[in-house]
Design a protein. Structure first.
Lengths: 307, 337
């Protein structure tokens, strides 16, 4: 086995994990605080990618594109929360699932109306478009390194926000008992809107980061939302720490499984059957992992306390 | 099953009319010489059957499964894969579909039902996606592109599924049988335990019921019925693809149940009918009323309708018809006095 290739694959897995964390942290916060199931979270990821594409082409710079698209995605989040989601907090999960399924249709079709049916390529500036040699022989694209950097900064920022600020204190209080902090005089509606916008911005950021690699396209959120759900279920729904760890695990397993499972299978079966079964198994690997974890711990790895 | 004709109510009349219309549909299609109606009708009946099975666990049992389309896919692949290998016998296809769906439901249900609430929703969804990705990556059976079924299931001389009218009536009678079965289950002691666990699981356990087992059996029954519906669907479309078990299909099935009225016996049938009508006619209606070409964006209006149904139409179509009935009775009483 090639060591440099393995390291490159590990970094790819880490990068996928970081993207999944950006999606999962917002989703798990929204669930933890508002007890709201948001299937349309992936559409915000898509919205981020498209907005970033438009702003990048408008300003001519990817960095400005991201800086403008971030607040724009948050605003879309606020609009959705004010128009639909806030009326659903008192309803049961079935209503959440259906209404956000409707939201997906609305948002995906809206993107189709605005940006057309084809994907949009997002160009990178030269300084991000190259490759760097990390250490002897390991060369990876600069941009992938940048994604990992941005993701870690976002994770640190989220941690600081939740652990060190007054707003974060309210968020944590809301997660453990929302009625109580409402009774203590905190404007709970505003808090909910803020959390939803924060989740939207984080999902949008993930979309922006991925757009130069895959281009912005309709329905791009609907495949990644499933992996995101797997992440938050494995991590323990409502736990940001769990989301972080599970995101990295899922990212690594997904990437490593795709590249090495057939080699592993060839050890104990014929080449041909390894080559046919490995793709099927590696596509299912994360779900098998999830099933295994839930069979042992039905609440996930880090179930939040006090619920 | 139905109350006596005299106190059937608005909902009862609407249901009777829908069923009568379905029973006469082949004659109508033959008279107008338009097989399109028969096609829509067959799809309606099969999807309604799947929705009725989902309603058994969702409406009556409170188990929000977002992976029910997985069973449709498994049932249809149980027709497609043997057919691909040259086995055309329906007496192999259908038992295989039922057994495969039951087995999948048993294994996944045993894991899913250990979890509650939102985790259950996501795990059922993840398992059907697992089946989805599994079939996508098996290139032998067409992978992403799916599989064409050259010949429908063969039952010797006595049933000819190649005849569209026969397939329709087989599906229609199956639907009626499934509704009767679900009616019997819901009103049995077994069904009461499941419904009780929906209301208050801890209380059911404290009076001595092992709710997990009851729910698992319910889950397997629902999955099995849905697998059977999938086998019919595979025969009907003669083309199967992993896309049939995509989670958005599962979302649509939940929509059918809720739109029709979850927890009601015939609600899913009304929901499936309304769903298919929207799917077929929303696009031309938009073209007609807004502007030419607006139809391709019909999903936008569809999504808005879905959100509005959730926000404002409690009880779906069944609830709406019941409110209409109440209104009628109140007016009748008013005029009697």
């Amino acid at each position: 086995m090639d060591l440099t290739l393995l390291i490159a694959q590990l970094l790819n897995g880490l990068q996928l994990g970081i993207l999944l964390f950006l999606l999962a942290s917002g989703l798990t916060l929204i669930f933890g605080i508002m007890n709201f199931v948001n299937l349309a979270h992936g559409s915000l990821y898509m919205a981020g990618a498209f907005l970033c594409a438009s702003f990048t082409h408008l300003t001519g710079s990817f960095v400005f594109g991201v800086l403008l698209a971030l607040p724009a995605t948050a605003v879309i989040g606020i609009i959705i929360e004010k128009a639909v989601v806030q009326y659903l907090y008192d309803r049961d999960h079935l209503d959440h699932v259906l209404a956000t399924f409707g939201l997906i249709l609305v948002l995906d079709t809206a993107a189709h109306m605005i940006w057309g049916p084809d994907g949009i390529v997002v160009p990178l500036p030269n300084w991000l478009d190259g490759r760097v040699e990390l250490f002897a022989g390991v060369v990876i694209p600069t941009f992938r390194l940048a994604i990992i950097g941005v993701g870690l900064v976002a994770a640190a920022g989220l941690y600081m926000l939740v652990a060190r600020t007054r707003m974060g204190m309210r968020i944590r209080a809301g997660a453990s008992n929302r009625d109580m902090i409402g009774a203590l005089g905190v404007d709970i509606k505003q808090l909910f809107t803020f959390v939803f916008a924060l989740g939207a911005a984080l999902a949008g950021l993930a979309g922006m980061m991925v757009s130069p690699i895959t281009e912005a396209s309709i329905g791009m959120g609907n495949s990644i939302i499933i992996l995101t759900l797997v992440v938050i279920v494995i991590g323990g729904t409502g736990s940001v720490k769990g989301a972080m760890i599970a995101a990295i695990i899922v990212g690594l397993i997904d990437t490593i499984g795709r590249s090495y499972l057939d080699d592993l299978f060839k050890v104990f079966m014929s080449d041909q059957s390894a080559e046919t079964s490995a793709p099927a198994i590696s596509a299912m690997l994360n779900y098998i992992l999830m099933a295994a974890i839930l069979a042992v711990r039905p609440q996930g790895l880090f179930p939040p306390k006090g619920r | 099953m139905l109350n006596s004709i005299s106190n059937m109510g608005v909902r009862g009349w609407v249901i009777a009319m829908v069923l009568a219309a379905l029973a006469l549909l082949p004659a109508f299609a033959a008279y107008t010489d338009n097989s399109f109606y028969l096609d829509v009708g067959t799809r309606l009946v099969i999807l309604a059957m799947a929705a009725v099975s989902l309603n058994l666990i969702l409406g009556n049992g409170g188990m929000i499964s977002l992976g029910h389309a997985g069973f449709v896919g498994i049932g249809s692949y149980a027709v497609g894969i043997p057919a691909y290998h040259g086995v055309q016998d329906g007496l192999i296809h259908f038992p295989l579909a039922i057994a495969a769906a039951a087995l999948f439901a048993l294994i996944t249900g045993a894991i899913c039902l250990r979890t509650k609430g939102v985790n259950f929703i996501m795990i059922t969804m993840a398992f059907s996606q697992m089946a989805f990705f599994g079939f996508v990556s098996i290139e032998e059976y067409g992978g992403d592109d799916g599989l064409v079924i050259e010949m429908r299931s063969q039952f010797g001389d006595w049933i000819d599924l190649e005849n569209n009218v026969t397939l329709f009536y087989l599906s229609f009678l199956s639907l009626l049988a499934v509704i009767y079965l679900v009616h019997r289950i819901v009103n049995s002691r077994f069904g009461m335990v499941i419904a009780g666990a929906k209301g208050n699981e801890r209380r059911m356990q404290s009076i001595g019921f092992n709710t997990y087992r009851y729910q698992l059996v319910g889950y397997v029954i629902a999955g099995t019925i849905c697998g059977y519906a999938g086998a019919l669907l595979g025969n009907f479309t003669s083309f199967i693809a992993p896309e049939m078990m995509d989670w958005s299909r599962s979302g649509e099935m939940i929509f059918m149940v809720v739109l029709g009225g979850s927890g009601t016996l015939f609600g899913p049938v009304l929901g499936a009918a309304a769903f298919l009508l929207l799917e077929e006619y929303l696009s031309p209606l938009l073209d007609f009323f807004l502007y030419e070409g607006a139809g391709i964006y019909w999903h936008f209006s569809f999504g808005i309708i879905l959100i509005l149904v959730v926000l404002f139409a409690k009880g779906g179509i069944s609830g709406l018809l019941d409110r209409l009935e109440e209104f009628r009775l109140r007016r009748k009483r008013g005029s009697d006095e």
